[in-house]
Design a protein around this ligand. Structure first.
Ligand code: 5GP
Length: 125
């Protein structure tokens, strides 16, 4: 069920629980600012989620409220994961869903990183 991205952060959400180690995930990268792990239901050969360690509901919350160091650290982590996965030369796609119309289901900011083959049109019509 899509979330309302204007609601306050709720630290019982799934990705907060993965961050705390309460739920397992296939982790591929972690640093001071971010954690990356494989999506449980991949929609491409490579489908990785990158989340900030800070408590932000969505890209909207993060871009409005995160300190500069957290924004820089998160953006660099996303780039690092893509390079580390060998996705830069073949190409890849980043996607962040924000709120109901985009179908955001987990109320902790996450960037989807897709790659591993030609990804087709940007949006299904
Ligand atoms: P959203 O629709 O919020 O942008 O994306 C949520 C993503 O989280 C979906 O792609 C979904 O497959 C993934 N997901 C849901 N539950 C789990 C889980 O328990 N573990 C992992 N690794 N991914 C999950």
């Amino acid at each position: 069920m899509p979330i309302d991205a204007t609601l306050p952060y709720d630290d019982s959400n799934l990705f907060a629980r993965i961050l705390r180690g309460e739920i397992p995930a296939k982790r591929v990268y972690e640093d001071e600012f971010a954690l990356a792990f494989h999506d449980i239901a991949p929609q491409a050969a490579t489908h990785i989620l990158v989340i900030p360690k800070g408590s932000y509901v969505s890209w909207d919350d993060f871009s409005a409220h995160a300190p500069e160091a957290e924004i820089a650290g998160f953006v660099r982590a996303v780039g690092h994961v893509a390079r580390d996965q060998g996705l830069v030369a073949p190409g890849y796609r980043l996607l962040a869903n924000i709120g109901a119309d985009a179908g955001q289901e987990v109320p902790h900011l996450h960037v989807h990183l897709f790659g591993g083959h030609a990804l087709g049109p940007m949006l299904a019509r």
